[in-house]
Design a protein around this ligand. Sequence first.
Ligand SMILES: Nc1ncnc2c1ncn2[C@@H]1O[C@H](COP(=O)(O)OP(=O)(O)OP(=O)(O)O)[C@@H](O)[C@H]1O
Ligand code: SF4
Ligand SMILES: [Mg+2]
Length: 385
Amino acid sequence: MSERTAAYPVADSQVTTGVIGDPSPTAGAHRSPGEPLLQVEDLRVQFTGRGRRVNAVNGLSYELVPGRMMAIIGESGSGKSVSSRALMGLLPPAAQITGSIRFEGRELIGLPDREMRKLRGGDIAMVFQDPARSLNPTMKIGSQITEAVRAHSDLDKKGAHARAIELLRLVRLPAPERRFHEYPHQLSGGMRQRVMIAIALAGNPRLLIADEATTALDVTTQAQIMELLVELRERLGMAVIMISHDLGLAASYAEDVVVMYAGRAVEQAPVHTLFSNVRMPYTRALLGAIPALEREPHSMLPVTPGQPPDLSALPKGCPFRPRCSNATDKCLEHPPFLEHEPGHSYACWHPAGTELDTAPAVTAALTPATEAAHQSTAHDQGAAQ
Ligand SMILES: Nc1ncnc2c1ncn2[C@@H]1O[C@H](COP(=O)(O)OP(=O)(O)OP(=O)(O)O)[C@@H](O)[C@H]1O
Ligand code: SF4
Ligand SMILES: [Mg+2]
């Protein structure tokens, strides 16, 4: 068993606060090749109020390599959005954030607001679920994109206009010159999401976070937007984190998957490894809850038996213990998140499919669509399906 020395495991004693590492703006310029773009290490976010302390993110660690497409999946309330908002410096001031988020080697926790604002929408950009709420209904879309372009460049009005049209073409918005002069309500949901992606690309991000960016769309439009993200990732060389409830979508488009439970990563692996060799009983429960043949190609995460944990009163040891068919007394100890197999990390004392597995074997069922996606060499090459 090997241990990921860079990010895994991180003991409680290593929890840090405030400014960590090198906060200088040029820190990213001295990186060696192969270094992760993003290293999240023992990230914790707490919200305190009304006599309760909610541990929304509870020791999250993962790494993202430049140019990769990574999916973060997990049940509602597992901390996917809060952890991503922490990356963007978008949490309310009352949130207590500890741990480390290093982007291109530069520590983001404790970064001055001015620096964080420069980074946000610049090197790191985010697209949300509901473009109707993210766009200003009273402003023409052209003005909204031009504004984003000017915020992240020295272009004059004419140059920013030309760049905005170029971005609308890049996201394949039909008739960009005409749409430039239209209001958000004149566009379909898919077109509005393309506009949001264009705005996100205005600062030439090296990391794009798409938080349920296709959830509100119909299946066909959803696939078109995912294909667009795959294409843009290749053309622009940026990394993408897609946050999703949709297993089929994650399996079809992502290269790496992080499974979150109770505010931490519990399993991480390249997509094919994860779906064909599930180790974490929670991931197995997610995948095995619906037989493959009954599952729609883009089925949502199935409901796993039992209740998600109360984040203000987490159980001792493994947070999945009350719902886990493999649980033993050993699970009263906190399982560390370790790289047990090359590229495959998980946090479990009795991993599925090993001699330590005490539950009956369940084949991690994939949908016919996702199996086809795995077999496709085009997917491995990152081509749009
Ligand atoms: N501002 C806040 N104050 C208090 N608790 C919060 C706040 N924001 C989020 N939380 C809590 O943090 C936990 C994690 O929320 P988060 O939005 O990250 O979940 P999620 O995994 O994105 O879920 P979903 O799939 O439903 O979007 C939840 O219990 C949520 O209620
Ligand atoms: S550590 Fe124990 S309770 Fe947690 S997932 Fe593994 S077997 Fe289940
Ligand atoms: Mg969310």
